[in-house]
Ligand binder design. Sequence first.
Ligand code: ZN
Length: 258
Amino acid sequence: MRHAGHFQPLPPAHAWFILGPVSALLVVGAHAADFVWRAAGAIALHTAAGGRAAVVALSYGERGESGDLWKEPGQTVEKVKRMRHEECTRAAAAVGAEFVPFDLGDYPLEVPAAALERLVALMRELQPEILVTHTPVDPFNPDHPVAFTAADRARKLAMGAAGVASAFKTIKPPRLYLFEPHHPEQCGFQPNTFVDYTAVADRKEAAMAAMAAQSYLRDHYRERGAQRAVQARYFGAGPETKLAEAFQLTTPRLTSGL
Ligand SMILES: [Zn+2]
């Protein structure tokens, strides 16, 4: 693991997404590119502010989510996986994150005990304050809920029981966010956190541009970002907020006052 600190800090005007100085953010995605569309802006903000970020891809999405690559005659799973690895490593680097592929296969994604244990070990090492993953329900995708279950289970295994002594090393409970699914309403997505990523829009664009296999999603998620920004402005964001990503925080927040 390396610290991703090569981006300049953002000016305070963009600090309504407040971070600790060295906090770690972990994204767990079912497929290699899931983080790009749904959370690349928030990741870029996090690393630009001096935080550390890692992106776990439980699979490369080689069979079910590599659309354009399968238009090539004579294409193979191994070749697609190699290309997805290169694309996603570049996309993660564009937002200052480390790409951690688990290569478990997709459509269907299965998470065996050894992979779950690897995810728990990663959480113990990284000690993320922020964990981001899929919604637990997705009527259109066979793998996204599997990734949620693995991420959530690993989180609980890494946390142990409420800070009491245990037979293993435990981590402080991370805040658990769900990132925006492709079909938010059908997935029961209830966003309660909007992240203004206008200041790092070029980094998300660079991450999306790295994903040649799914070029058809770029315009869609750029437009979604503009729509979420309109909503964020209703909640008090200023006119300078042009692009936002929506998340659902599922864990209670601890505050010293309202
Ligand atoms: Zn996916």
